[in-house]
Ligand binder design. Structure first.
Ligand code: NAD
Ligand code: DAO
Ligand code: ZN
Length: 379
């Protein structure tokens, strides 16, 4: 401990350029920080989005990556919760358990270090990464595309060390996001009708969560027919390709007809604001609730007629599935290890592709192919 480590990382030198594998220097953790040997990192669209330059918060040069798992290497002064050797999942949504947000009982959006993670710096406003004499920005408080990273003690959680990290990393974003949106945010109940727009990792986790919640009808909607078999495997009862409707029929018409008047719960897992509108309007009059999970491109806005809400439909959103990472992830991992697949996501089913840090760019190609649910990087 106490020494700078030199290791490999995928560096985002500037927006719109491919990641570049470099030797980086990673400083030891300061007070309240933890240095983690990252073993596996999942690829998520937010990494692609930020690399593209569209993310207003994106700062370069940086080390991206936020769906990571690894092992504690060393801890900074005053850190009591962690010790070297523990198996951890990185948390882009931190949990301090003491800020106004954490103690509200109403949200998982801890704000203790949010201003710093947004700016790409540690809570003392400095950075722990250097490459070729330049300091590199952190990303979402995690920077999981580096073999070693330094994070706030609020940005990681220790989990069952027997659980494979190539799988647990996926609980750091996509799977938890979809599953939690059903169980924590919407609180879908037994016998409910559900529609899920977008059958990627997040949408599949919504389908799995809806199945575990006892939903009687789960309609999956996508523009890619190959997603039908995925949706069915995870528990969808119906599939609609929204590009193949009857002449003059809208997706809302179709869903209202299929569900006998509208859905109890709908979820957007596409990030497309037009889809978000359809998801709201396909809700049942009087009580239907639509949850936005997809992240729209910068500057996009949602629209509907206010009468949709006046007549009892509700519109809400969910970040990281409303899940508090420290409080909830250890239990999810334990249930997974006990194969309790009626109350926790079956993580391995989402893992379709593996690459190494050297071939991380191929991982981004897999993501674009439409055949990849989740690709993990062997760091
Ligand atoms: P993905 O690309 O794997 O899946 C998206 C799916 O939507 C694809 O199957 C695609 O074919 C489908 N799709 C695209 N346009 C569509 C349309 N018009 N109608 C129906 N289906 C359409 O992505 P993912 O990893 O599952 O993530 C889904 C969304 O969730 C993204 O916007 C992502 O940024 C967001 N996200 C949000 C959070 C959060 O905390 N709120 C966390 C992670 C990801
Ligand atoms: O502002 O406190 C906050 C939390 C912002 C996180 C929002 C999460 C949704 C977007 C991230 C998508 C995937 C990483
Ligand atoms: Zn907090």
């Amino acid at each position: 401990t106490g020494k700078t480590i030199t290791c490999k990382a995928a560096v985002a030198w500037e927006a719109g350029k491919p990641l570049s594998i470099e030797d980086v220097e990673v400083d030891p953790p300061k007070a309240g920080e933890v240095r983690v040997k990252v073993t596996w990192t999942g690829l998520c669209h937010t990494d692609v989005y930020t690399l593209s330059g569209s993310d207003p918060e994106g700062a370069f040069p940086a080390i991206l990556g936020h769906e990571g798992a690894g092992i504690v290497e060393s801890v900074g002064e005053g850190v009591e919760e962690f010790k070297p050797g523990q198996s951890v999942i990185l948390l882009y949504t931190a949990e301090c358990k003491k800020c106004k947000f954490c103690t509200s009982g109403k949200t998982n959006l801890c704000q203790s270090i949010r201003a710093y993670t947004g700016k790409g710096v540690m809570p003392d406003e400095t950075k722990r990464f250097r490459c070729k004499g330049k300091e590199l920005f952190h990303f979402m408080g995690t920077s999981a595309f580096s073999q070693y990273t330094v994070v706030s003690q609020y940005s990681l959680v220790a989990v069952n060390e027997k659980a494979p990290q190539e799988q647990t990393c996926l609980l750091g974003c996509g799977i938890t996001t979809g599953y939690g949106a059903v169980t924590n945010t919407a609180k879908v109940e037994k016998g409910a009708t559900v529609a899920v727009f977008g059958v990627g990792c997040v949408g599949l986790a919504v389908i799995e969560g809806a199945k575990h919640s006892g939903a009687k009808q789960i309609i999956a909607i996508d523009i890619n027919d190959n997603k039908q078999s995925w949706a069915t495997k995870f528990g969808a009862t119906d599939f609609v390709n929204s590009t193949k409707l009857k002449e003059g029929e809208s997706i809302v018409d179709r869903l209202v007809e299929m569900s006998g008047g509208g859905l109890d719960y709908t979820f957007d897992c596409t990030g497309n604001v037009k889809v978000m509108r359809s998801a709201l309007e396909a809700c049942h009059k009087g009580w239907g609730v639509s949850t936005i999970i997809g992240v729209a491109a910068a500057g996009q806005e949602i629209a509907t007629r206010p009468f949709q809400l006046v007549t009892g439909r509700k519109w809400q959103g969910s970040a990281f599935g409303g899940v508090k990472g420290k409080t909830e992830l250890p239990g999810m991992v334990d249930r997974y290890m006990k194969k309790q697949f009626d109350s926790s996501p079956q993580i391995d089913r989402y893992l379709t592709h593996k690459v190494t840090l050297d071939t991380i760019s191929q991982g981004f190609d897999h993501m674009k192919s439409g055949e990849c649910i989740r690709c993990v990087v062997d760091m």
